[in-house]
Design a protein around this ligand. Sequence first.
Ligand SMILES: O=C(O)CCC(=O)C(=O)O
Ligand SMILES: [Fe+2]
Length: 237
Amino acid sequence: MSKGLPERIVGMDWSAVQRSLDEQGFAVFPPILDTEECDALIASYDADDLYRKTIDMKRYRFGIGEYKYFHSPLPEVLQQLRAAFYPQLAAAANRWMERLGKEASYPASLPEFLDKCHQAGQNRSTPLILKYEAGGYNCLHQDLYGEVFFPFQVLLTLNQKETDYEGGEFLLVEQRPRAQSRGHVIRPERGGGVIFPTSFRPVQGMRGYYRTTLRHGVGTVTAGTRYSLGIIFHDAN
Ligand SMILES: O=C(O)CCC(=O)C(=O)O
Ligand SMILES: [Fe+2]
């Protein structure tokens, strides 16, 4: 891919993404990282000086697998992904809050939003890289790390389904008020991913919008190794 990463993100079909977010609650996007960029991120998994913390998921009963939080300042790719996705998603976030009758208070740029996190005592960086080997999985969860949170997060897969791993589907479960839950199974291409709600979303009902609760996770990897990159916009306390 010849263009720089921020240009590739700005050049995504954002009207289709916004529509998909509003209608389905999530949006799958085609590769924005090329094979070399994905391979470089995978190769950096063992570069321990890049990370502030490593989590063995089994220890916390989060699933089976491992993830590492990048420390701040983030590697350039992570910084670019976070900063370039933010403005489009802030517009969606404010639209969603208005629909739910809440204050639409997400600032236009990432540094302004991070200031809010820091003022609330949320100073630790949250973008992460995840690794699941055969038998690995990630239980359904939400990534909330304090009072301030951004309503969207982004997940990119760094290697190729079917070639590098089998199973390991991205799972999104939507809990509807006074009704049964609905599941979505998403399998992005290497270098592509999905934008999804951190915690809840507005759904159009007969009388205005109501709110559903979302959790995400990963189905069992049945063969190979799956690597992914999680872009969380709020910092952690
Ligand atoms: O590995 C995945 O697909 C999910 C990772 C995750 O839970 C996240 O990025 O928040
Ligand atoms: Fe997560």
